[in-house]
Design a protein around this ligand. Structure first.
Ligand SMILES: CC(=O)SCCNC(=O)CCNC(=O)[C@H](O)C(C)(C)COP(=O)(O)OP(=O)(O)OC[C@H]1O[C@@H](n2cnc3c(N)ncnc32)[C@H](O)[C@@H]1OP(=O)(O)O
Ligand SMILES: CC(C)C(=O)C(=O)O
Length: 387
């Protein structure tokens, strides 16, 4: 059976850039946008054009630069934001305006001091107005994760009727459980009149560490676009990590989904974004962390040396990492030690290995990691004794 495509909407340059300390200038945004386009992203959310003259310029320049992806600009549900986004996107080959409004009772009451009926009207007006500029209008129901499903379905209906082609269902506060978020998408698929005219999109935040799981649950239940960022960057605890979504869909073939992302570029993308944003990636980050393919305990190392698949579900080459690494620590065994000695040119016998291993453990117990210099020293000390 042919697999279905999940569109990848990258918001590194918009939601990712909202992270304190991660602000980018136009030149930096252009470097990232050019690589995102090569990576195979379907939609690049380039910024929030009304936000500042600098961000307007970034969206405008990215619109001129990007060849393949759709370029998207975010707006609130008002004319001035939409006018500004349309102006910034005017050079884009495939422009998208992303407009919307908060729909949870908390947002309606506290942010807007408004009513559900008024929000329905404002949603419809914004979509219609955006539609007067571009064909491709995405509508977001902010805080959809905490919005009552019946009301959310009404919001989606008015947005579709006004011309929205993508309906973004953000779990803005990262509150939902995967089952709950998946059921929300299913409910909308089954209860929104005209839903066949639009695709549903997941935009999940990571406040409870569930952003990726929720996005996958959304896809399983009918969403066909996932919004995500390189390294999972984004407001507060971040967004769904692009590299995680792409590799989950690739590894779990039974889900019967595919993306157009060139996974071999994931590692370089992660390093580039981390570098330009000045935001280090935690070493244990899935897929792109420095330790994602590093093995440091003896039993695992022995397994990986015999066959990589014993402890790795992804071939590192698939995500652009040269090879797995065997890190020597006091938890390593003889197998790893022999492997690393071989790596620096020493083929050792079993008896020699027993001897070298005892010396190795003395050093390993004093250090966090045993490096090649330590290995040369162990060899020099022991070769005198071994003879
Ligand atoms: C969930 C998200 O990530 S949404 C995107 C978040 N990103 C950003 O906010 C970054 C860009 N933001 C900005 O540069 C500024 O906040 C601006 C330019 C958008 C607005 O600045 P200001 O006009 O000074 O407004 P301020 O930020 O103080 O308050 C936001 C206003 O927008 C209103 N608003 C918020 N969301 C929406 C919406 N979707 N549609 C319409 N109005 C909205 C708020 O009610 C508030 O209006 P009020 O002042 O009448 O109460
Ligand atoms: C603007 C929307 C899409 C958003 O970022 C959110 O709700 O988290």
């Amino acid at each position: 059976m042919n697999s279905e495509k999940i569109e990848i909407f990258d918001t590194t340059l918009r939601d990712g850039e909202q992270v304190p300390g991660c602000k980018l200038n136009t030149k930096q945004k252009l470097i990232i946008a050019e690589r995102l386009d090569k990576l195979g992203i379907d939609v690049i959310e380039a910024g929030f054009p009304i936000s500042s003259p600098g961000d307007f310029e970034s969206v405008s320049e990215i619109s001129k630069l990007v060849k393949n992806a759709k370029v998207c600009g975010l707006t609130r549900a008002n004319k001035k934001d939409i006018d500004t986004a349309a102006e910034a996107l005017k050079y884009a080959k495939r422009p998208r305006i992303h407009t919307g409004i908060g729909t949870s009772d908390s947002h309606i009451k506290y942010k807007f001091n408004s009513t559900r009926e008024d929000i329905l009207e404002r949603a419809a007006e914004a979509v219609k107005y955006a539609k007067s500029y571009v064909e491709d209008v995405e509508f977001y129901a902010e805080d959809a994760g905490r919005t009552d499903n019946d009301y959310l379905a009404r919001v989606c209906e008015v947005a579709i009727k006004a011309g929205a082609t993508v309906l973004n269902i953000p779990d803005t506060t990262g509150y939902c459980l995967p089952e709950e978020y998946g059921q929300k998408i299913k409910y909308l698929k089954e209860n929104v009149k005209g839903i066949e005219k639009a695709i549903l999109s997941c935009h999940c935040h990571n406040d409870l560490g569930l952003a990726t799981a929720n996005s996958i649950a959304g896809a399983i239940n009918g969403a066909r676009q996932i919004e995500c960022t390189i390294n999972g960057l984004g407001e507060r605890a971040g967004n769904t990590a692009l590299e995680e979504v792409v590799m989950i869909l690739k590894q779990h073939k039974n889900l019967n989904f595919h993306t157009d992302i060139n996974s071999k570029m994931l590692n370089e993308m992660s390093l580039m974004v981390s570098d330009l944003m000045g935001m280090p990636v935690q070493p244990n980050k899935a897929i792109v962390g420095a330790n994602a393919f590093a093995h440091s305990s003896g039993i695992h190392q022995d397994g990986v040396i015999k066959n990589r698949e014993t402890y790795e579900i992804i071939d590192p080459a698939e995500v652009g990492v040269n090879a797995s690494s065997i890190i020597l620590t006091a938890r390593s065994g003889r197998s790893a030690l022999a492997y690393r000695f071989k790596h620096i040119g020493y083929d050792i016998t079993k008896n020699e290995l027993d001897f070298l291993y005892q010396e190795f453990l003395k050093i390993a117990d004093r250090k966090k990691e045993v490096n090649n210099d330590d290995l040369y020293m162990i060899m020099e000390t022991c070769s005198r004794k071994i003879g």
